[in-house]
Design a protein around this ligand. Sequence first.
Ligand code: F0G
Length: 438
Amino acid sequence: MFSSQLQCIESDCRACYPAASRIYTCERCGGLLDVVYDLGSLNGEDLKSVWDGRRASLKASDQSGVWRFRELLPEADESQIVTMIEGNTQLFDAPRSAEYGGLARLTFKHLGMNPTGSFKDLGMTTGATQAQRLGAKSVACASTGNTSASMAAYAARAGMRAFVFIPSGQIALGKLSQALDYGATVLQIEGDFDDAMRLVREVAEEADLYLLNSVNPFRLEGQKTAAFEMLQQRAWSVPDRIVVPGGNLGNSSAIAKGFKELLDCGTITRLPKLTIVQAEGANPLYRMWQAESQTLEPVKGATTLATAIKIGAPVSWKKAVRGLRWCGGEVEQVSEQEIADAKAIIGRDGIGCEPASAVTLAGIKKLIAAGTMNRGEDVVAILTGHVLKDPDYTVNYHHASLSYTDASRANISIASHHANRLLQVPAERQVILAALGR
Ligand code: F0G
């Protein structure tokens, strides 16, 4: 494995730190940190054949869809790697979704098929491994649900204590049930995600907790392998465009970094375009991009039923902006109605996802309608969470009882344009036959 170090992303700082430092941000300027590698020492063609060869191996670190790519990961001793054989998630061809969005063809990379049902596992294996390397006994995160589920599982596997800070009453039950079942101490904070995030960062040092939010650069190193694995599954052919949901903006940043590193190693010769999609009620990056502003203005009291991305002050916005610049990207926003309908269509493809993931298809439909995306583009959209994470949302949609409270506290009903209604029938043969249309 190759050596790596931490480096501040701020162009006027670029301070470096050893990879084994227990820090999350730059000690000199407070900027976000990257894990950086000596990319010039790697041969892009050799990497492909080493990585392709490992797919036939029985070793856990080769089978993991993250550690398989370890030449571009922080070094870790085999014995310290905490893995649940994450990654290895499907690329699905989605014809109904493509037609709905207005594309000739659409592929979903379903990161919700990871061990705990979300993309977070890709970053948690590298984050938990770094925690082991540093000898941490306890780990912590603030979460809209999926990070907490994933961290709780990986901490349990590694025998570390897990502390999760969640916004009170604002996370999907599937995710809460996971964190409880995997044995984490769950602190329900009377506030929103942004409050929970601020508080966990404030107390982590004093309480000796190793922070596993995506501000931790080791998390993003695992998440970037979504780009590697997708390319490997496509025989290293680069798509025209990647579409990613945006919340705390760690995942979009990580995926952009993954593509950029492969370009710098010569594994690929061009970057895909990057499109980040946010919910209208939690859209600080969209606003910033529209205003062509240099700084992100947090959205106070962010609202969306896609609770995974109900975030007003995204921590990784500077890395996301950098990724958008590398990839010639753009930012879109979508309404609650658009998210709900797109989610139902993704379900009809036999795939399904949680609400936050459906912003991808809703965004594609909008960009096609606006003429910003072409029907013939080769698009890979990232589904981030499993359909079973938030069954209440799905059942309410199909029951035509989904509604939300907007920023002005008005209650808005979502129209269930693609509802698949439950049929309630008495236990009688003739009625059942009639219901079956016979
Ligand atoms: N989709 C899902 C299903 C998520 O859980 C998240 C984030 C995102 C998209 C957005 O990704 O934050 O990297 O931009 N969930 C975090 C959590 C915040 O705590 O589970 P992002």
